[in-house]
Write a protein that binds this ligand. Structure first.
Ligand code: MG
Length: 385
C-alpha cells in the first residue's frame, strides 16, 4: 500500500483525489489530510478514510472539528501547528504528497516534501511558478519527484513518455477552454461580475482558479509551470473550447501527440497516483459519437492580455514570477470581494510588475521577500483604485 498525504483535501482537487482513492482502496492508505477551515467536510472525510493525522490551519476550525468528529469515531491525531505538520510531511512513513491547496501558501509544505525526497503530485501550480528553479535543484539533490496533476501538464507528461532526447521536441502546445468570456464582447468586460467569472463552462473548480481561467492568468501560470516541469521554453497556447484535447507535443518531424479524455480531474489525478501503472479513475469514457466538433482558436491577447505576461516574466526571470503571482492572488481576492472591477485585475498586476525591482533568486527567502513586497504594492494600488 502506498501511503499518502493530501494537502488541501476539502478543495476541488482534494475531493477528486479522494474519489480516486475510493475506487482503489486496497492500494492507498491515507496518512494525513489538511485543509484551511472546512471542518465539517474534514470530519466526514476522516470518518470515511481514517487518516492518522489531520491539520486545519484555522484555530477556530480545529476546535469545531473535534466537536464535529465526536467521540465514537476513528482516532485521528489533530496536529496543532505548522511545525507538527512539517514533521509528518518529513516522516519516513509518508511516500506521496498531493499538493492540492491554492496559492503561494503551498510553497512551504511543497518545499518541505521535496526536501525529504517525497513523490509529489502537484496541483498547486503557484508554488512551482514562483520557485520552479529552486525546487528543481532541490529535488535533484534529494531524489524527490514532482509529478504534474494539472490536466494540461499531465497530458504533456503522457505525450512525452518514451521520448529520450529533448532535441526531438519542437514545441509544447497547452490547450485551454478559453474560459467563460471567450465570446463576450471586449467592451462589456468592465461589467463582468465575480459570479460570472467563477462559473466555468467546462471545469468545475474553486473560485480562485476559475477567475484565473476567465482572465487566462491560469494559462499564463501554466506556461511558466510547464517551463519548469519540462525544461522547455517553446510553449504555445491553443484555445480549444470543448476541453477534450488536454495538450499536445509537436516533434521535430512535425508529428503531434495529444492526450484526450473527457474533462474530469479524476483522470490526471489517477495517472499521477498510479504511475507507471494505470488505475481506475472512476471517470467516464469519451463518447466520440457525442462530440460533434473539436474546435480550435488562436488566443486573443487584446481580450486576454494576461497571457503575454508569461513570456515577459520568463524573459525577466528571478523574482518576476513571485511578483506576478502575489499581485494576481491579491487582485483576484479583491475582485471576489467586490473591491475592484474585472479590468482592474490586469491593470494593477501590470503596474506592479512595471514598478517592481526584479532580483535574482538565490534562496527561498528571496521569493517570500518579493511576494511580500508585491502584495504591499498591490494592496496600495487596490486602495487608491
Ligand atoms: Mg490546468
Amino acid at each position: 500500500m502506498k501511503s499518502l498525504a493530501i494537502l488541501g483535501s476539502t478543495g476541488s482537487v482534494g475531493k477528486s483525489t479522494l474519489d480516486v482513492i475510493r475506487k482503489n482502496k486496497d492500494e492507498f492508505k491515507i496518512e494525513l489530510l489538511t485543509a484551511r477551515t472546512n471542518f465539517r467536510l474534514m470530519a466526514e472525510q476522516c470518518k470515511e478514510f481514517t487518516p492518522k493525522f489531520v491539520y486545519l490551519e484555522n484555530k477556530e476550525a480545529q476546535k469545531s472539528f473535534l466537536d464535529e468528529l465526536g467521540t465514537n469515531n476513528p482516532q485521528v491525531t489533530l496536529l496543532s501547528d505548522e511545525k507538527e505538520l512539517n514533521q509528518i510531511i518529513a516522516s519516513e512513513d509518508l511516500e506521496i504528497v498531493v499538493a492540492a491547496m491554492v496559492g503561494i501558501v503551498g510553497l512551504k509544505p511543497v518545499f518541505q516534501a521535496i526536501k525529504h525526497g517525497k513523490h509529489i503530485l502537484l496541483a498547486n501550480k503557484e508554488s512551482y511558478v514562483v520557485a520552479g528553479e529552486i525546487l528543481n535543484n532541490l529535488s535533484k539533490k534529494t531524489g524527490a519527484t514532482i509529478f504534474p496533476i494539472d490536466s494540461e501538464h499531465s497530458a504533456i507528461h503522457q505525450c512525452l513518455m518514451g521520448v529520450k532526447n529533448k532535441e526531438s521536441i519542437s514545441r509544447l502546445i497547452l490547450t485551454g477552454s478559453g474560459g467563460p468570456f471567450l465570446n463576450r464582447d471586449i467592451n462589456d468586460f468592465k461589467n463582468i461580475t465575480p459570479k460570472e467569472a467563477t462559473t466555468h463552462p467546462i471545469w468545475n473548480m474553486g473560485d480562485k482558479i476559475s477567475v484565473d481561467s476567465s482572465t487566462m492568468m491560469n494559462k499564463c501560470l501554466e506556461i511558466i509551470e510547464a517551463k519548469w516541469l519540462f525544461g522547455f521554453d517553446d510553449i504555445d497556447v491553443l484555445i480549444h473550447p470543448e476541453g477534450i484535447i488536454h495538450s499536445l507535443v509537436e516533434f521535430k518531424d512535425k508529428s503531434l501527440i495529444a492526450q484526450l479524455s473527457i474533462p474530469d480531474m479524476k483522470i490526471p489525478i489517477a495517472y499521477g497516483l498510479g504511475f507507471p501503472e494505470r488505475i481506475n479513475s472512476g471517470g467516464d469514457s469519451l463518447d466520440f459519437e457525442k462530440i460533434s466538433n473539436l474546435s480550435f482558436v488562436k488566443p486573443d491577447s487584446k481580450k486576454f492580455p494576461s497571457l503575454v505576461l508569461a513570456k515577459d516574466c520568463i524573459n525577466s526571470g528571478g523574482t518576476s514570477f513571485s511578483t506576478l503571482n502575489a499581485a494576481n492572488e491579491e487582485c483576484v481576492a479583491s475582485f471576489l470581494e467586490g473591491r475592484i472591477g474585472y479590468l482592474d485585475i490586469h491593470k494593477i498586476i501590470s503596474e506592479v510588475l512595471d514598478k517592481s525591482d526584479i532580483k535574482m533568486v538565490e534562496e527561498i527567502g528571496d521569493i517570500f521577500e518579493a511576494d511580500m513586497q508585491s502584495r504591499e504594492m498591490t494592496k496600495e494600488l487596490i486602495n487608491i483604485n
